[in-house]
Design a protein around this ligand. Structure first.
Ligand code: AMP
Ligand code: MN
Ligand code: MN
Ligand code: MN
Length: 276
């Protein structure tokens, strides 16, 4: 059986390893087809491609786009894109510019909560000058003893209603899907189980996503329980979406599951790779 892992991160966004090291680790773990999906970024794909050729595995060009839908942040995975497409690369550059502005506001919010120096502190963890993420603030807050680990730091500081949260408007759902399609890719809703929406809200999101031409739903994710694997497989069928899977791996010690460490895809869905 071909082993797919269609969601992971490198130092081009908030991962801990360079693209070549991510690819080598995936290959060592038995991954046959890997998508590198850095947040709002495709800059790591050239290095990943060379490493994939060297390791003898298949690389799918990807990205994970930050989207705001009905005031909720949603992540949309792009798969099989042409990274040279200017519509997509301009869209991603605009999202990244928003990240820099938000980072200042996160630092201001933390300062108001009695934690000064967070901007400079987070910048020490940034590995690509093009991209700053909440993960970099999280690593700073852990380093300075404000939380023990990633889970705790997000629970206490960087999420809605907590000090250190700065609301932000990302790309629209229809723009993100449009850019992905312009670049020849497929658009997939990432880790649906993580969003703060009601059951009805989820159905509205999936209907809206399908209406703007969305292609797939990430059914298998470490963010999901076994019950959610079935729940989202059913949603994928109901909404005519293909099913995807990804470890969302960020680095050694920061992710619950290893690269490629995913259960088998439920049999009753159409996998996103059906026509690859
Ligand atoms: P950003 O896109 O900058 O808002 O940062 C989102 C990133 O923070 C995600 O891609 C994860 O890597 C990380 N993250 C968000 N929530 C959590 C959480 N509860 N636990 C661990 N990491 C999280
Ligand atoms: Mn991340
Ligand atoms: Mn995500
Ligand atoms: Mn991710």
């Amino acid at each position: 059986m071909t082993r797919y892992d269609l969601h992971c991160h490198s130092t081009w966004s908030d991962g801990l390893l360079a693209p070549a090291a991510v690819v080598a680790r995936a290959a060592a773990n038995g991954v046959d087809v890997l998508a590198l999906t850095d947040h709002d970024e495709t800059g790591g794909l050239a290095e990943a491609r060379d490493a994939a050729i060297a390791a003898g595995i298949e690389l799918v060009y990807g990205s994970e786009l930050s989207v705001t839908w009905e005031e909720v942040t949603i992540h949309v995975i792009a798969l099989g894109i042409d990274p040279g497409n200017s519509i997509l690369s301009e869209g991603l550059a605009a999202i990244r510019a928003g990240r820099s502005i938000r980072a200042r506001r996160i630092a201001d919010a933390l300062a108001a909560a009695g934690i000064p120096g967070a901007y400079e502190g987070a910048m020490k963890f940034v590995t690509s000058e093009r991209l700053v993420s909440r993960t970099h603030f999280a690593r700073f807050l852990i380093e300075t003893g404000h939380a023990r680990d990633m889970k705790e730091v997000f629970k206490r500081y960087l999420t809605r209603g907590k000090p250190g949260y700065a609301p932000h408007k990302w790309a629209s759902l229809s723009d993100a899907v449009g850019w992905i399609h312009a670049a020849g890719g497929q658009a997939v809703i990432a880790h649906p189980g993580r969003y703060d929406v009601t059951a009805n809200g989820m159905r509205t999101l999936l209907a809206d996503f399908r209406d703007v031409g969305g292609d797939g739903l990430e059914v298998l994710s470490p963010s999901h329980t076994a019950a959610q694997f079935s729940e989202y497989a059913t949603h994928a069928r109901t909404f005519g979406l293909r099913a995807s899977c990804g470890s969302d791996w960020h680095g050694p010690g920061e992710s619950r599951l290893e690269l490629g460490d995913l259960p088998a895809m439920p049999a009753n869905v159409v996998p996103i790779w059906k026509d690859w």
